[in-house]
Design a protein around this ligand. Structure first.
Ligand code: UDP
Length: 232
């Protein structure tokens, strides 16, 4: 059976790197994630990664406490670079939206596409490079630029539920859902900017549990794992 996707963009929140910790990066987790990615690479799938920074710093939270929002957002973007370097330990290329040549190459679209074509994993860091955005929107943007077939959003839950399953045990899971329903119902999948960008460009999103071993490969093989967000 060939994989269901040829080129994917994996979106990981910063919190995915914390493991059981309350803050920061658990190297055991980054190694596991790298192994999961290597597994799909061996299937011939081209993989790009957008990593968040919420495990270290969130601009919105800091600006609520009085810090200038744009400055705080730049700090958040730098946090994503720290996470990207932690992942790079096990993966290959990091491309930053804010230039910092001593640590990684700047994001140049055609160069990033070339890396993917050569089978290298590319980690996109520093979000979109602009304050007032999120790494979910960066994931949608980069997925479009790379002409990825799908965004794979790795989370701590099995998919999209009618309500937060941690707080509401009776919540039920959607097998699939439309972009517009996600927006109308305010479901916490990705922020509205990211969802509408995907909707406008008909880029499907699969939300799945990254913590279940082997799940990334199952999604790649087209198994019914998680929730699919699409136009239907
Ligand atoms: N950020 C930003 N512009 C971007 C992406 C991220 O300003 O294009 C900042 C923003 O402050 C955000 C922080 O970086 O709070 C970390 O990103 P995000 O909250 O998306 O991380 P995640 O929730 O995925 O861990």
């Amino acid at each position: 059976m060939p994989p269901a996707y040829r080129r994917v963009l994996l979106k990981l929140s910063g919190e995915a790197l914390m493991g059981e910790q309350a803050f920061g990066i658990d190297p055991g987790v980054t190694t596991q994630i790298a192994k999961d990615i290597a597994e799909i690479q061996q299937l011939g799938v081209q993989a790009a990664v957008v990593i968040g920074g919420g495990n270290l710093f969130r601009g919105l939270a800091a600006s609520a406490k009085g810090m200038d929002r744009a400055t705080a957002d730049y700090m958040g973007m730098l946090a994503t670079v720290i996470n990207a370097l932690a992942l790079q330990d096990a993966l290959e290329h990091v491309a930053t939206a804010i230039e910092m040549r001593a640590v990684a190459e700047p994001f140049i679209r055609r160069r990033a596409v070339r890396h993917l074509e050569k089978g290298r994993v590319v980690v996109f860091a520093a979000g979109t490079g602009n304050p007032y955005f999120t790494t979910d929107t960066a994931a949608a943007l980069r997925a479009m630029e790379m002409k990825a077939d799908v965004i794979l959003k790795g989370t701590k839950v099995d998919g999209i539920y009618t309500a937060d399953p941690m707080l509401h045990p009776t919540a039920t899971k959607f097998e699939s859902i439309s972009y517009i329903k996600v927006l109308e119902q305010g479901l916490k999948v990705m922020d509205a900017t990211a969802i509408s960008l995907c909707m406008d460009n008909r880029l499907p999103i699969v939300v799945f549990n990254l913590r279940t071993p082997g799940n990334l490969k199952r999604v790649i093989m087209g198994d019914a794992v998680g929730t699919v967000v699409s136009a239907a």
